[in-house]
Design a protein around this ligand. Structure first.
Ligand SMILES: Nc1ncnc2c1ncn2[C@@H]1O[C@H](COP(=O)(O)OP(=O)(O)O)[C@@H](O)[C@H]1O
Ligand SMILES: [Mg+2]
Length: 445
């Protein structure tokens, strides 16, 4: 809740697990398609973690771009259980002007550790039967829409009530991805929201599989009640809350950029320990995913090595699409640019490019996830693009193609819409070729 940022429908939101049954990968399940060996390997990792046999190790996902490395890492977090934090950073992000590299990594590690807190609170509880978010342009960035207020209707088996809520609360609703058919709890004082799940009626309506996901029942009694409220904050959220007790945040970047002192972290750790000892909280180690690991330098690797040995560490998943590379900050070359002492601790999982059917299936899932419709030949064409350019590019074209279709007052994306989007937005290969050709032209070749 600290970050006042807006998550668009993340391009991995369709991933709800690894899609395994008895450790075997199903062809299509939990939003996952193909890449079976890697998924099964990931399943073993999940099992090791759950049995407490993973300490001191990390994972490296090695494979070309667009082969599902990020998707797999997220699948692992989902398999580890509800509320398990998933934090994704890229190696290059450690070189930020605002903070030291190790501070950035420390914050990322602490974001990846959740604390589930139980408290008796006054709450509002019910199934969401209506949700209407009123948007306005951002006051300082007119190209961004932000919520101004929201109207939400909740029902229990006994009553139904409508509430008008303010901007801050409307943002919470969006961040939590609250939808009609969800059963939610709202903490009356803090406005924190806990999503308990979907009702059976809603799951049937959306065609969700009732055998793999559990439905929750519509709460009984009155909407307002005194009840145990369970919510999750990361150690980093608690660090920030503790260090900002004075109350400060930056208007433009949502704050969260300042360094946090060791004293603050110690104070938070002690408080959390007390909560755990008194049964008020549980710790949920999550996943820290570090993409483009060759961008980390020797200092960062040393820091990670130490972090992996500490008593409370998240599961660290590195990803690389490089072969032999120089370890930054040294003249030494090594596989994936990772120092050998860290390589020794890694379990390596490789990911392979997808075939045409797999690409098509993934695109179908994404299209459903983005709640748009597409003509058969348009899907075929998008699949071709996925094969010839990249899967990621094809996934990214769905939104502009649907925008073009809507603009032409059509509900279903046509082939011409995909072609239009393709013409307007380049993939990386094309943008690089364009710049190369342009350079040549400028040199009069
Ligand atoms: N096996 C898969 N099943 C379903 N979706 C996938 C799969 N692999 C990749 N995707 C989706 O395709 C897109 C590109 O994959 P991504 O995980 O970003 O690849 P990488 O991290 O290797 O570059 C993302 O939207 C991702 O969620
Ligand atoms: Mg990725």
């Amino acid at each position: 809740m600290e970050e006042r940022r807006f998550e668009r429908v993340g391009s991995h939101s369709h991933i709800t697990g690894l899609g395994l049954e008895n450790m075997k990968a199903k062809e299509v399940a939990d939003g996952m398609v193909g890449q079976k060996e890697a998924r099964e390997a990931a399943g073993i990792v999940v099992d090791m973690v759950k049995k407490g046999r993973f300490a001191g190790r990390a994972i490296l996902l090695a494979g070309p771009p667009g082969t599902g490395k990020t998707a797999l890492a997220l699948g692992i977090a989902k398999e580890l259980g509800k509320d398990v934090p998933f934090v994704s950073i890229s190696g290059s992000e450690i070189y930020s002007a605002e903070m030291k590299k190790t501070e950035f990594l420390m914050q990322a590690l602490r974001k990846a550790i959740g604390v589930r807190i139980h408290e008796m609170r006054k709450i509002y509880e019910g199934e969401v039967t209506m949700l209407d978010i009123q948007n306005v342009p951002h006051p300082y960035n007119p190209y961004q829409q932000i919520p101004k207020s929201a109207t939400i209707k909740l029902r229990t088996t006994d009553e139904e009530k409508q509430f008008k809520v303010d901007e801050v609360f409307a943002q919470y609703l969006i961040q939590q991805g609250v939808e009609v058919g969800d059963v939610i709890q709202i903490d009356a004082d803090s406005g924190r929201i806990a999503k308990l799940g979907k009702t059976e009626r809603e799951m049937k309506k959306e065609g969700l599989d009732l055998s793999t996901k559990e439905a929750v029942s519509v709460p009984e009694g009155s909407i307002v009640k005194e009840k145990e409220f369970v919510y999750v904050m990361s150690l980093h959220d608690l660090d920030v809350a503790t260090s900002r007790r004075g109350g400060f945040f930056s208007l433009f970047f949502g704050g969260g950029k300042e360094e946090i002192t060791n004293e603050t972290r110690q104070e938070v750790d002690e408080t959390v320990k007390e909560w755990v000892d008194s049964g008020k909280a549980e710790i949920i180690p999550g996943v820290l995913f570090i993409d483009e690991v060759h961008m980390l330098d020797i200092e960062a690797f040393a820091f990670l090595n130490r972090a992996m040995e500490s008593e409370l560490a998240p599961i660290i998943i590195l990803a690389s699409n490089r072969g032999i590379a120089r370890i930054r900050g040294t003249d030494v070359k090594s596989p994936h640019g990772v120092p050998l002492d860290l390589i020794d601790r890694l379990l390596i999982i490789t990911t392979k490019p997808y075939n045409k059917q797999e690409i098509r299936k993934i695109l179908e899932i994404r299209i459903a996830e983005e709640k748009v419709k597409i003509e058969e030949d348009a899907l075929e064409y998008l699949t071709d693009i996925g094969e010839r350019a990249s899967l990621r590019y094809a996934v990214q074209l769905i939104a502009p193609a649907s925008n073009i279709a809507l603009h032409n007052k059509r509900k279903k994306i046509r082939k011409e819409d995909v072609e239009g989007a393709e013409k307007l937005f380049a993939d990386v290969k094309r943008s690089m070729k364009y710049l190369k050709d342009y350079e040549k032209m400028m040199m009069g070749e």
